[in-house]
Design a protein around this ligand. Structure first.
Ligand code: ADP
Ligand code: MG
Length: 727
């Protein structure tokens, strides 16, 4: 048996807190509340505000309400032991109500004629008279002053722990701990933050409180201003710590790491861009300019290039790689899937056909001898560019690597740096993403990354029409598809799962945000590619060439299907989200998405991007399988009406919250506990600005006054952002 420790600390197991005990401690543990500190920082998800006093004519059955009035009648109606009834009448200028208490005869002493009271509870209509059974009664003083009713915390709960228990447990942790808390925000910082927040027009009546008061107020606020001040403090603190960490990392990257400078010259620039068979867009030119400038420096470029699907990110990657090669260095391009790696290989081989650039491809279907040979050549410097999937590039060595490009980064996470150092220097990094993040959000979450955005699309793109299909339209839609096929177009049909029996693969292949599909497959399953393939190939498009593609095929099979489709030998391709990423078939202009409610907005938009590549207008119709929730339907409506990826991203952030959209995997950062980068954007901007100033003045936060803050920063971000460990 362990003994209960005498001195409670943040790390004391919750079960040792007065009033908790082993059994409830066990239940708390199950919901992740292990220690007294966990309880203390388990902030309410909401609050119950006492309803302002109402009037009798506004009462509604079953809706809780409060009334202030005078007791005009009070009597014990029945004294039968075990069945006693005490009744009273509360009256004010708006009317009178009856209050009743069963088996609480002592009430008669408290609630007496002529007293001012405030009652609250759920009224019920009995005949023509409103009644409150067992209301909460607060006695008011002479002037009718209300003895302040408390704002109640509402904690996030799971099974096994009741709200009032939680309130007691947290209270117990507060009583045991709050005096021993360390303040991480020095008073001058709180004051300057308060001023800056007010300048940013955040409604902050009280200054940011110190930690002990803040803890008290966030759990048991005295009033709304008190609550706002406490919440703002914790939100600010959380964001400040994050921004300090990002600012610190950004500074370290530029001062401590070294890269080869790979400068651009007008001649080199012209030699590269002359290879592109089209006019570059202004955005593309700007991106190349920014990348050229970054790569000319002696510390690593760390740039995120985001652009909607089809915005032409690949040429930017080629440009950057050619800059490296032109400077006598090697470059590597990582793709999230084999299909995409091969496509890049084709594009690059085509474009660099008549040049001296040597390109290697690392993919699954190589024999181990071939693979060894490519690895050898990379190490010897006999090839200049290597393209492959991340897994296959693991552990590769280069003679002189200058640049690492990561395509479709939302599959990887921005900060998953691939340690590919060679010759003691770091390569430059360019990560590309088609999942647009609203600029304000990106700037703050990726505070350590430079950002280039391609907003403009290359000219000559067909517009994509999006329809939210009703189940009864399906036949009509297939007829329309038939017409498009007659005109020579090709068609995608996308579904979330491979077959009806086994759960889908999209959770494996999609980003974390979209991996929440459930397993249940309905009787008439229209969400599996195998069922749909059968239906289409045998009935609806029996006289067309229908192909099937999904992640369970071998790489060679997948490759063969993709090539047939690209070459026009398949008319209708039934597929899972394997085609989501980057596939370029300009003649494919029609897409049907089945079981569409299972996809996230970002993913739907990615899919739609597959059919906006040619000159013909695109058509995408999304069908649900009928099991969608109202929220999912809402999402599909947003998809139908919003064509712009950035707008869509913003809507997604609003609908689902950034936590879900980005997830830890996307941002590479731990989830925020109380702050929300959309709702708290203004606070975030203040935090960012203060963090930047602070790091400019004291890059490593070495002044003793920052010690507690620095410790918190290292604990939360030290490992993830490679800043050092908690120590
Ligand atoms: P994404 O940003 O989705 O990766 P890609 O780089 O695959 O987009 O480009 C989509 C298509 O647009 C490709 O076929 C590419 O050759 C073409 N493209 C890129 N830039 C231009 C341009 N400036 N003018 C015309 N076509 C372009
Ligand atoms: Mg691409």
């Amino acid at each position: 048996m362990e003994n209960a420790p005498t001195q409670t600390t943040l790390a004391t197991p919750a079960q040792y807190l007065p009033g908790v005990g082993a059994i409830r401690g066990g239940r708390l543990m199950k919901i992740g509340l292990r220690t007294a500190g966990d309880l203390l920082f388990c902030f309410p998800r909401d609050y119950e505000f006492p309803a302002p006093p109402s009037s009798v004519d506004r009462l509604r059955e079953g809706q809780s309400a409060s009334l202030v009035g005078m007791i005009t009648d009070a009597e014990i109606v029945s004294r039968t032991p075990g069945k006693s009834v005490f009744a009273a009448v509360v009256e004010n200028e708006t009317g009178a109500v009856r209050i009743l208490f069963f088996n609480q005869p002592f009430r008669a002493e408290q609630i007496t004629f002529d007293k001012q009271v405030m009652i609250s509870g759920e009224p019920k209509l009995n005949g023509l008279r409103w009644e409150f059974v067992h209301p909460k009664v607060v006695l008011l003083d002479e002037d009718g002053q209300i003895d302040k009713p408390k704002i109640l915390p509402i904690y996030p709960l799971t099974e096994g722990v009741k709200q009032d228990e939680m309130r007691r447990f947290v209270r117990s942790a507060m009583d045991a701990l709050s005096e021993s808390l360390t303040e991480v925000l020095p008073v001058e910082l709180r004051d300057s933050a308060t001023a800056a927040l007010r300048d940013a027009e955040i409604d902050l009546r009280l200054p940011l409180p110190e930690i002990q008061a803040a803890i008290e107020s966030i759990h048991w606020p005295a009033d709304r201003s008190d609550l706002t001040a406490a919440r703002t403090r914790f939100i600010f603190q959380e964001l400040l710590v994050m921004q300090l960490a990002l600012a610190m990392r950004r500074r370290r990257l530029t001062t401590e790491l070294r890269s080869a400078a790979l400068p651009t010259t007008p001649k080199l620039d012209a030699r590269i861009t002359n290879r592109f068979p089209f006019e570059l867009t202004t955005d593309q030119r700007r991106a190349m300019h920014e990348i050229g400038r970054d790569m000319g420096r002696q510390f690593p470029m760390n740039r995120l290039l985001q652009g909607d699907v089809g915005s032409g990110k690949t040429v930017i990657a080629i440009y950057a790689m050619m800059l490296a090669v032109g400077n006598g260095h090697q470059a590597v391009l990582m793709a999230p899937t084999e299909v995409l790696a091969r496509q890049h290989h084709r594009t690059l081989s085509g474009m660099l056909d008549d040049s001296r650039v040597r390109i290697g491809l690392l993919c699954g279907s190589l024999t181990s001898a071939e693979r060894r040979e490519t690895l050898q050549k990379a190490a010897n410097g006999e090839i200049d560019l290597v393209i492959g999937t991340q897994a296959l590039l693991h552990g590769i060595e280069f003679k002189q690597l200058g640049l690492c490009v990561i395509d479709e980064q939302h599959k990887f996470g921005v900060r998953q740096r691939v340690t590919l150092r060679s010759g003691g220097v770091d390569p430059h990094y360019l990560v590309m993403s088609a999942t647009p993040i609203p600029r304000s959000v990106a700037m703050t979450i990726f505070g350590d990354v430079d950002l280039t955005t391609l907003r403009e699309k290359p000219p000559g793109r067909g517009k994509v029409n999006t329809y939210l299909g009703r189940p009864e339209w399906r036949q009509r839609w297939w007829k329309f598809v038939e017409e498009q096929l007659d005109e020579g177009r090709q068609v995608f049909v996308v579904a979330p799962r491979v077959n009806a029996a086994v759960s889908d693969e999209s959770s494996r292949e999609s980003d974390s945000a979209d991996s929440d599909q459930d397993e249940a497959a309905g009787d008439e399953d229209v969400s599996s590619v195998e069922t749909i393939y059968q239906q289409l190939s045998e009935e609806i498009f029996a006289n067309r060439r229908v192909g099937l593609l999904h992640g369970r095929l071998s790489n060679d099979e997948k490759q063969a299907v993709m090539q047939s489709f690209a070459a026009g030998r398949i008319d209708v391709l039934v597929t899972t989200t394997v085609i989501e990423v980057g596939i370029d078939v300009p003649n494919a202009t029609v897409m049907t998405i089945m079981g569409a409610q299972r996809f996230g907005l970002a993913q739907l938009h990615q899919l739609r991007g597959r059919i906006s590549r040619g000159v013909h207008p695109g058509h995408v119709c999304v069908f649900t399988d009928g099991s969608q929730t109202a929220e999912e339907f809402e999402r599909l409506k947003v998809f139908e009406t919003t064509a712009d990826g950035f707008e869509l991203a913003e809507a997604d952030f609003r609908l689902r919250g950034p936590g879900d959209v980005l997830g830890a995997r996307q941002s590479g950062l731990p989830p925020l506990r109380i702050a929300n980068v959309i709702d708290d954007l203004e606070i975030l901007q203040v935090a960012r600005q203060i963090a930047q100033q602070t790091i400019d003045e004291d890059p490593e936060l070495s002044d003793p006054k920052w010690a507690p803050l620095r410790k918190q920063l290292m604990r939360r971000y030290g490992h993830r952002l490679e800043l050092g460990d908690a120590g």
